[in-house]
Design a protein around this ligand. Sequence first.
Ligand code: PLP
Length: 376
Amino acid sequence: MPIPFNKPYITGKEIDYISDVFRAGKLSGDGEFTKRCHQLITEKYGFRKVLLTTSCTDALEACAILLNIQPGDEVIAPSYTFVSTVNAFVLRGAKIIFADSEASTGNIDATKIETLITPRTKAIVPVHYAGVACDMDAIMRIAEKHNLFVVEDAAQAIDSYYKGKPLGSIGHLAAFSFHDTKNIISGEGGMLVVNDPQFEKRAEIIREKGTNRSAFFRGEVDKYGWVDAGSSFLPSEITAAVLLAQLEKTDVIQNKRKQLWELYYERLKPLAEKGFLQLPQIPDYATNNAHMFYIVLNDLDTRTKLITHLKSAEIHAVFHYISLHKSAYYEKKHDGRELPVADKLTNTLLRLPMYYELTTEQTELVCKSISGFFAK
Ligand SMILES: *Cc1c(COP(=O)(O)O)cnc(C)c1O
């Protein structure tokens, strides 16, 4: 039986909730299911304000609008990340100043940020890679000192913590993803978290095509109209219905993923001790939400051969980002600085199968296959 890299987990309750949506006859956004998702998430994580969005990409675009990013503004972000992290700001005309990553976590190296700040810098966008927290105290300190905004790209970081605080609650704004490849899913979907109260009202307006429709439905204004520039970032109730079913199972999903993660770690530790590969490190200030299990090989050639070796055993393991400062779109816009850690992760990081329905037997099989590769 082939072992895929990812398989979206369906709890079974999604279809019941979707039926409820059809029965109620209201399919568009901000109905009962969206409210219930907002409530559940707010109660569980204590976020100040959350708004479901159509994707994390859209939540990030809402952030760029909220921060009034203008052409010529600079935004500091890691190069080793998904395009959406920075594309949202590029759409508003920002110049992206790429920072290098830490070899131990793949997160933005907080010690490299301050030298990149100029009078044009507006924001820092840390990404919690693999759901493991960036050094948020250091990042927030720098932001405060230079009067910058922090947007957490928490796409992978649901149910993960930094010094006891949920990720997504620390920056001025944060964006989550519920895409099929994440821990908690709704097909496509995301969430904007507003921690800084100055953005609370406008976040609702931007999400609703620039109108004050949300305030109108709460009875706060007696007619609604066009009050700002915005877009349509709210998901349909069908998406919210799927998400609610998933959110209700968060603990079950997380426990299973963590179990598999620990098993990978234990089984691959001997190979790490022999110097064949590096295992992910979880800093003392961070928890592990088992979003991803990756290994870092010693060089590109070893990774390529290992992928082929696993494929011959029908195990699908995949590499991850290609540094954005080397991308076709941004290479010429980049200021030319070398980012050696981002490049190293581009060439040597390998993600192993990780999903709820993966069995311990399959996990053992993946580890055996990797051990077999290095025994040769
Ligand atoms: C998945 C992901 C996104 C994009 O999420 P969508 O919901 O698909 O838009 C953005 N940033 C990071 C770091 C991601 O992993």
